[in-house]
Design a protein around this ligand. Structure first.
Ligand SMILES: C[S@@+](CC[C@H](N)C(=O)[O-])C[C@H]1O[C@@H](n2cnc3c(N)ncnc32)[C@H](O)[C@@H]1O
Length: 246
């Protein structure tokens, strides 16, 4: 899972005993060599879906890390692209590896729970970061996203179908979440990262409550499961005029 350029087990343990923000600061130089970076196959499929739903002018990659989603936005946004993350280390790496082709790119250090923008974007994307928010924090994050979107703007992100209990992936994620829960019961600061807490049904309901209309797009590149349901979907949540809860 980890390439030779990736972090050692010891480095991973030190990172996992830090806060989320500081853990990513430490991981940043090697992050692109870990499985935690969103794979290009997912980025490309979301990019292709956004080409079909776009075009867009100004895009924001929420929890951008080293800029995986910024590259997607650069393909579909005509005017400007912004990456935001609260880890200064991840932003440092992102700035250094940023490609120069495409629209201008800005990097802003901010917490997704308190974004420093107002109605500035017509597209917000996010990849691989929702596990860092506890379920009760998601409505606030969705409210923040709504507030930085212009009316009619789109919030888009991929969702993988959860593995079935008959697959090793199910037990791996269950084990990971269990270890993190024990770690967080015993150790401060917390490192919130739970794979199984982010469920499509709940997320759809919370997005609607926050003032979005939700459409699901199957990403055909990943095929379907035995029951015909898509393995990977893109959520397209469009900001409505309906106000979210205050
Ligand atoms: C698994 S990485 C994903 C990075 C990138 N989006 C990708 O797909 O490769 C999660 C990122 O979320 C960021 N993050 C977590 N909680 C955050 C918060 N409350 N505000 C801003 N960024 C946050 C972390 O710093 C980290 O860079």
């Amino acid at each position: 899972m980890f390439s030779p350029e990736g972090p050692t087990l010891r480095e991973l343990a030190v990172q996992a005993l830090s806060s989320v923000e500081h853990g990513y600061d430490l991981l940043a130089p090697k992050f692109d060599h870990t499985p935690f970076r969103t794979p290009d196959s997912v980025l490309d499929a979301v990019g292709a879906a956004l080409v079909r739903t776009g075009p867009y002018d100004d895009g924001l990659d929420l929890c951008c890390g080293t800029g995986a989603g910024v590259d997607v936005l650069a393909r579909v946004c005509r005017r400007g692209v912004t990456g935001t993350d609260f880890s200064a280390g991840m932003l440092y790496v992102a700035r250094r590896r940023a490609e120069t082709a495409g629209p201008p790119v800005a990097w802003v250090r901010a917490d997704a729970r308190a974004l420093p923008f107002r109605s500035a974007f017509d597209l917000v994307v996010s990849f691989g970061a929702f596990g860092h928010f506890l379920p009760h924090e998601l409505p606030g994050v969705f409210g923040q996203v709504r507030s930085v979107l212009r009316p009619g703007g789109t919030f888009a992100f991929p969702v993988l179908a959860p593995p079935r209990p008959s697959s090793p992936g199910f037990w791996m994620l269950l084990g990971f979440d269990a270890v993190m829960r024990v770690r967080n019961a015993l150790w401060r600061p917390r490192f919130v990262m739970y794979y199984r807490a982010f469920r499509l049904g709940d997320v759809g309901r919370e997005l609607e409550r926050a003032g979005f209309d939700v459409t699901l797009h199957a990403l055909p590149e990943f095929g379907t499961r035995g029951d015909g349901s898509p393995r990977v979907r893109m959520v397209e949540a469009r900001r409505t005029d309906r106000p979210g809860p205050s």
